[in-house]
Ligand binder design. Structure first.
Ligand code: MG
Length: 298
């Protein structure tokens, strides 16, 4: 074969090789793109189901993202039949709800709550708004009972969602966490977006559950810097799920909270309307007071 023809054939071969490698690269890129898109779609679907996020900021002092779905799910503990269920209020308690009316509560701004009261409990009327105590308290023991709807609807954050919020900004989550997976820092008894409960002591939908909560209000110094963080102890159905756990700040959705906005130690208690017909009953609180201080009044 003449040298010219050989060169020509070699060049042709090289060209087809280049073309083939281009096709291979393009195919690999298409596969990578498809995988990335699938992963993105999977993540979106998981987020939609309330299974968690990886795109949120890290929670200070932890390796977990806010609402991290990879965070370990708390161990399940079956609580005893009853603990403080239907507990009578002690003599020095402020009774916030005895099953008859919502006189101690407002929508905020003074308006009467839109929730209904029947059979000794109050029930969220979805869309009518969260309700809060008319009075404010600093450092107290709070007892309340709640039931998630017996008719199970939705999943993740959409199932039996409410919340107990102090000053409307420090939430102890209320959710149906009985056989309902969600991101651990958003499950029942979580300090929302900050800390899952030590264990999952939830009862089944429709059953009455008890919260005994000790809340210590935050305090700021004269320099407006936080001097004492808010802290809670939470006993859920007789099981300790937080032991003097400090809030790292307020508890917003998908963000890291802070203590940038000082407020008085006296806080209102808010029950959240998250659209689900949640029930609450038997709500009372006692001021903690201090040792050797007999002057403390509610
Ligand atoms: Mg909530």
């Amino acid at each position: 074969m003449p040298a010219l023809a050989l060169n020509h054939r070699l060049e042709l071969n090289m060209n087809s090789l280049r073309w083939m490698s281009c096709v291979a690269v393009a195919a690999a890129a298409a596969v990578t793109l498809a995988t990335a898109q699938e992963k993105k779609a999977e993540k979106k679907a998981a987020e939609k189901k309330g299974l968690g996020y990886q795109t949120t900021p890290l929670i200070p002092g932890t390796k977990w993202h806010v609402h991290d779905g990879e965070r370990p799910q708390p161990r399940i503990v079956t609580p005893g039949e009853s603990f403080s269920h239907a507990a009578k209020a002690p003599s020095d308690a402020v009774v916030l709800f005895d099953g008859t009316d919502l006189a101690k509560w407002s929508k905020g701004g003074g308006a009467a709550p839109g929730w209904k009261v029947e059979n000794g409990y109050m029930e969220v009327v979805g869309g009518s708004g969260s309700i809060q105590t008319r009075d404010r308290f600093a450092d107290f023991q709070l007892h309340l009972e709640f039931a998630t709807p017996s008719e199970v609807k939705g999943e993740g954050q959409q199932r039996g969602n409410s919340g107990v919020l102090f000053n409307g900004i420090y939430e102890v989550q209320v959710l149906d966490s009985h056989g309902n997976k969600t991101y651990p820092d958003g499950q029942c008894a979580a300090l929302y977006g900050q800390s899952p409960p030590l264990v999952n002591a939830s009862k089944a939908p429709g059953q009455w559950q008890s919260y005994d909560i000790i809340f210590e209000s935050p305090r700021w110094g004269e320099d407006k810097k936080i001097a004492k963080r808010a802290a809670v102890t939470v006993i859920h159905n007789g099981v300790v799920v937080h032991h003097r756990k400090e809030y790292t700040g307020n508890t917003p959705h998908q963000r890291v909270g802070n203590y940038d906005n000082p407020h008085a130690p006296e806080v209102f208690i808010q029950l959240q309307d998250h659209g689900n017909p949640m029930r609450f009953r038997n709500i009372w609180l006692r001021m903690l007071g201090d040792y050797d201080d007999n002057a403390v009044k509610p």
